[in-house]
Design a binder for this molecule. Structure first.
Ligand code: GDP
Ligand code: MG
Length: 829
């Protein structure tokens, strides 16, 4: 297919010979029109805000006998997509003649877009709104140079936005272009003045591509025979876009010593499309790599009017050029000692980099040259030759050779949360371990000096055995990320670092949600023992929030991440877990081959929320400001927290199972409140039966005393406040539309029942419940309803029973399970 097309169209490449019959476009400048344009541009360039941003820059033209100055007008790239701009010229210079008349001296093409990039370049629109002949010009790969003539016969050579007269970055482009031009004119015995006069006579700007590896390498190779100025267009210097047909451009190139730009002329748009797609597949045309084509044709706003204007679009080939660019950037990163970053073409790029590393090590000069954009293509070609691969095949390497297997990332993933306290880092880490058995290193479990390197080491150690590790630390500040990324890349170059970025946007909500969670977490954390020291905890949390630096991959250190997954701290951990899993699967399908079903994710989160108990507990230094002497503020001797209540904790999983089973057989009507609690995450994460609360200690002074003593004496020796055991029988679920509770029966544990066995008295249970009805609160409808309202509910239930009249529902708990409970003392916050 491609060959046929190519054969057919190569014949027309030398179209220029047929050009004499074609009319040369010409329009002179309309002073009013140009004056109006310059005025609008000028007004816009002074506006600070709103509308389009236009940058104006004034230049003295070198070698102009009359000391002519020109103004460059520069739009932001994205503004070209707006409607009703005063002009769409990309590259526009104006001046005033010696009579003070404004004129356009240089006019670039109207900004043109890739196929599918904008509405107008959708194929369907191209098909209906344009007409041929379609001139396909090879997209040469260099820098654009504009050439035009001034009033005093000076030849103006400029790049897109600069005349080369200032010490700016584009200066070298324009000057290099001018040097080239001088050489080519000399060769044909003409002068710059000749060319200036010719262009001025035509009221035109010549547009050429400076391609010269000896000056600056781009992506395509231009060896000395091929280097030079490729003329690709001649534009009329007027506000609207009017440009020469390519045949005339080629003729002009011949006459003035330019290199001609490859040209294919096709009348039928369908053939254009077919050819472009065929060439895109091979990535080469006419035996040489091409970056893409610019297609020149005529377009109408409305096909009915038959008013057509010059119009361009482009068709850029993606591969292997994108891969080549990636190689170039990675090589430069290697040279700079930074971690190379790449996502696509992972396998072949890895191999390329191995090769490049060796070559760079073998030849010190190579790195220096490479940084000056020399030897890029040679290194790439050497590698391809060494691998015996064509560029296009290399870009398809994964598909052609890998079939997945060894070619892609399958292991050595490090997950790095970027978060503050209470975002759910640990919950997600535990859930992932539960699901996939990945490693999970908690910074909170690492004590002593030099924590950061030891943390990194612990994480890397996990990778020896496991495919992934979770680096559980806030990593809220850039310096922490920098440490981790650098240490990892140095010690384990092939590890992939994936950031789990808890995006901190809605701060009030994040503060509220995380605080709520952490205070609820109680003492169940190594360094943050909420119930014991609420104010301190809130202070620490706020400190992290204040210091939080968002992940920004456009710069170091976050540029070192291989991927970033955005999460919402206020969303539940279940949702975030799903995001993490799905994204990891998308990013590294051979690492995470499938996304587990919803139930497994549910189960993992459940396990994480219920089952997780930290193993270590230590005190963190106070982070409140230091005093004048730079001494840490003396920590207050720990005040004993008063006893808040005594509870029997039961395994959450068992309670949830029982509830599920109980409601499974009920009608939707009857399950609605339960579903509502589930859906709004209003079901308690942990369940307990309160035996006696401080608020009712007055009514039960003896029991309170007994519990207090027990807590003081036995609690001191107890592990995590565990005072004893007690079995809990789940009897009935009782609820209205505000609160749900399970009525329970407490069964003394055999050990405790024997406590008084050496006396004559009947055994007295050690643990009693002071509440009217012993119960577990399952959940309340919203925050405004406190769990203790279940006491009122159950009082009404006892008195009036359930049914429509009372608005109370009750069900026997399915199977009436007997759960192992743990008696605990809970202290005031
Ligand atoms: P970290 O400080 O970022 O590690 O946060 P954790 O994972 O320890 O979570 C903080 C507290 O919030 C813990 O008590 C968790 O059990 C709880 N938690 C985590 N995710 C959720 C969630 O989705 N909903 C609720 N209600 N609590 C959660
Ligand atoms: Mg944590």
């Amino acid at each position: 297919m491609e060959n046929e097309l190519l054969l057919k169209y190569t014949a027309s490449t030398d179209f220029a010979k047929d050009a004499p019959g074609i009319e040369v476009p010409y329009v002179s400048q309309d002073v009013q029109e140009v004056a109006a344009l310059v005025r609008v541009l000028d007004d816009n360039s002074k506006k600070k805000k709103g509308g389009v941003s236009i940058k104006k820059a004034r230049y003295d033209v070198a070698g102009s006998p009359d000391g002519i100055q020109v103004d460059s007008w520069r739009f932001q790239d994205w503004d070209y997509k707006k409607r009703d701009l005063p002009t769409y010229a990309r590259g526009l210079f104006t001046t005033r003649t010696k009579h003070g008349v404004p004129e356009i001296v240089t006019r670039g093409y109207d900004k043109f877009f890739n196929v599918d990039e904008v509405y107008e370049t959708k194929w369907a629109n191209i098909e209906t709104h344009t007409k041929g002949p379609y001139e396909l010009t090879l997209k040469e790969n260099g820098c654009i140079i504009f050439v035009s003539g001034l009033e005093d016969d000076t030849l103006l050579v400029c790049s897109k936005h600069s005349t080369g007269e200032r010490g700016d970055v584009e200066k070298s482009h324009a000057s290099a272009g001018e040097l080239r031009l001088e050489r080519q004119l000399q060769r044909i015995g003409k002068t710059k003045q000749d060319l200036a006069r010719e262009l001025r006579k035509r009221n035109a700007t010549a547009v050429a591509e400076l391609c010269d590896d000896s000056f600056e390498e781009h992506i395509l190779a231009y060896t000395p025979e091929k280097a030079g100025l490729y003329l690709h267009g001649i534009n009329i210097n007027i506000p609207e876009f009017m440009t020469y047909p390519s045949a005339l451009v080629q003729k002009f190139a011949d006459d003035w010593g330019f290199i001609k730009t490859g040209l294919i002329v096709i009348d039928d748009i369908n053939e254009v499309k077919a050819l472009l797609e065929a060439v895109a597949e091979s990535g080469a045309h006419d035996g040489r790599d091409v970056e893409g084509f610019v297609i020149r044709c005529k377009r109408t706003q409305n096909p009915a009017t038959n008013v057509y204007q010059d119009w361009f679009f482009k068709y850029k080939f993606e591969e292997p050029y994108l891969m080549y660019r990636q190689w170039r950037e990675c090589t430069k990163a290697l040279i700079a000692g930074k971690p190379p970053r790449y996502k696509k073409h992972a396998k072949i790029t890895e191999e390329y980099l191995l090769y490049a590393r060796k070559r760079l090590a073998a030849d010190r000069n190579l790195a220096k040259m490479y940084n000056q954009n020399h030897g890029i293509i040679a290194l790439r070609n050497d590698f391809l030759a060494f691998k015996n691969l064509q560029g296009a095949d290399a870009a398809n390497f994964e598909e052609l050779f890998g079939s997945g297997a060894s070619t892609e990332i399958k292991r050595d993933i490090i997950l790095v949360p970027i978060a503050t306290i209470g975002c759910g880092k640990t919950t997600i880490g535990v859930a992932l371990t539960h699901l996939f058995g990945w490693g999970h290193i908690q910074n909170d479990n690492i004590t002593g000096p030099k924590r950061p390197p030891r943390f990194t080491k612990a994480v890397l150690d996990e990778l020896e055995e496991l495919p992934a590790a979770y680096a559980d630390r806030n990593n809220a500040q850039k310096h922490e990320r920098k440490q981790l990324i650098t240490d990892v890349k140095v010690q384990h170059a092939s590890a992939k670092l994936v950031a789990l970025h808890f995006v901190h946007k809605n701060m009030d909500k994040i503060r509220r949600v995380t605080k709520e969670r952490v205070l609820e977490r109680g003492d169940n954390h190594q360094t943050i023992q909420a119930a014991s020291d609420m104010n301190k905890v809130v202070g620490i949390m706020e400190g992290f929030i204040q210091r939080f630096e968002p992940c920004d991959t456009s710069r170091e250190p976050d540029a070192g991440f291989d991927a970033v997954i955005d999460l919402d701290p206020a969303a539940g951990s279940r949702e975030n877990l799903e995001t993490v899993v799905k994204e990891l699967h998308r990013l590294y399908p051979n690492f995470l081959t499938t996304v587990p079903p919803a139930e497994e994710l549910d189960e993992a989160i459940k396990a994480a929320l219920e089952g997780y108990k930290p193993v270590l507990r230590h005190n963190i230094p106070d982070r409140t400001p230091r005093n004048k002497n730079q001494q840490p503020v003396q920590q207050q001797p720990k005040k004993k927290k008063p006893l808040e209540y005594i509870s029997v904790d039961v395994p959450a999983k068992d309670v949830l199972d029982a509830l599920e089973k109980t409601f499974a057989t009920n009608s939707p009507e009857q399950t609605r409140f339960f579903k509502l609690l589930q859906g709004t995450r209003r079901i308690q994460p942990k369940f307990h039966v309160t035996l006696l609360h401080r608020t009712s200690s007055k009514e039960h002074p003896e029991l309170w005393d007994r519990y207090k003593r027990c807590h003081e004496v036995e609690g001191a020796a107890a592990v995590n406040g565990k005072l004893g055991k007690m079995e809990v029988l789940l009897e009935r679920v009782v609820f209205d539309d505000r609160v749900m509770a399970i009525v329970v029966r407490l069964v003394p544990s055999p050990e405790d029942a024997n406590i008084n066995s050496n006396t004559a008295e009947p055994p007295k249970p050690k643990w009693e419940c002071a509440n009217q009805v012993a119960h577990i609160t399952v959940g309340t409808r919203d925050d405004s309803i406190k769990p203790k309202e279940s006491n009122d509910l159950l009082a009404r239930w006892l008195e009036k029973g359930s049914g429509a009249a009372t608005g109370i529902n009750e069900f026997g708990v399915e199977g009436k399970p007997l759960l192992d409970g743990t008696v605990q003392a809970v202290l005031s916050r």
